[in-house]
Design a protein around this ligand. Structure first.
Ligand code: ADP
Length: 227
């Protein structure tokens, strides 16, 4: 784990330099037009490497201890609204993202970790949902605890893959994952963050119809509204 963390850290600066120069070159008028496509592809791949290195670093940080995340009360509705607008900036406006906040309870947790986990689920929903689809994010609470579900009307996942989805680098369709810039580590990060919060991940999906990823937090993680 230390080795992976150190190696990822070391790779960061050279990758930043390479991506930076590729960005500059791809806009340079003097570049032979025949080189434009390979340059763009190199730039895309260098961004992918950067994303993988970032996710590796995050995962090794999460795996470094089994400590339970204490954290602070987080307004989940507000966090989801922020993630939604971040997503809409990055994604083409061909997807509808609905927010449904049915509980005023706040969630006690590590803000950066939860941000990263929920962002990964939302990113996946967007990556694997074709144009015209709908993503619904819902936060609710009951006697079992707090629940956050991200549902999409996307490509779905065949049942045989579901048990392995949170493994590092496990992909249903490696080509599609790469094309969408995925690191293959997103769900492994989600699983670790949830474990640290005493929460569990539930995945329901049907091929061709869509998927729902639900995070279930125990009642001890909830802070009633107004407290
Ligand atoms: P990736 O970076 O490849 O998206 P993840 O760990 O986030 O890696 O997800 C693992 C795999 O699970 C993906 O490659 C994809 O095949 C599948 N997957 C994740 N989320 C969804 C979703 N919302 N709809 C369909 N497939 C999904």
């Amino acid at each position: 784990k230390d080795f992976v963390a150190n190696a990822s850290h070391e790779l960061r600066s050279p990758l930043t330099v390479i991506s930076g120069y590729l960005e500059t070159l791809s806009h340079d008028e003097r570049i032979d037009p025949a080189l434009r496509t390979p340059l763009l592809e190199m730039r895309r791949q260098s961004l992918r490497m950067t994303a993988i290195v970032q996710d590796l670093l995050e995962l090794s940080r999460l795996e470094a201890t089994d400590q339970v995340a204490e954290g602070e009360p987080i307004d989940v509705g507000e966090l989801m609204a922020r993630l939604r607008s971040d997503l809409l900036v990055r994604m083409p406006a061909t997807l509808e993202v609905r927010l449904q906040v049915d509980s005023g309870a706040r969630l006690r947790g590590e803000p950066a970790q939860l941000h990263s986990a929920f962002a990964n689920l939302l990113d996946n929903a967007a990556k694997y949902t074709p144009a015209g689809g709908i993503i619904t994010v819902r936060w609710w609470s009951d006697e079992q605890g707090g629940h956050l579900a991200v549902a999409d009307t996307g490509i779905g996942i065949a049942a045989e893959h579901l048990p392995r989805l949170t493994e590092r680098f496990y992909r249903v369709d490696p080509g599609r994952s790469r094309a969408s810039g995925g690191s293959g580590l997103g769900l492994a990060i989600v699983k670790h963050v949830l474990q640290r919060h005493g929460a569990s991940l539930q995945i329901e999906s049907e091929e061709g119809r869509g998927s729902t990823f639900s995070c279930h937090f125990p009642p001890t993680r909830l802070v009633a509204a107004g407290r």
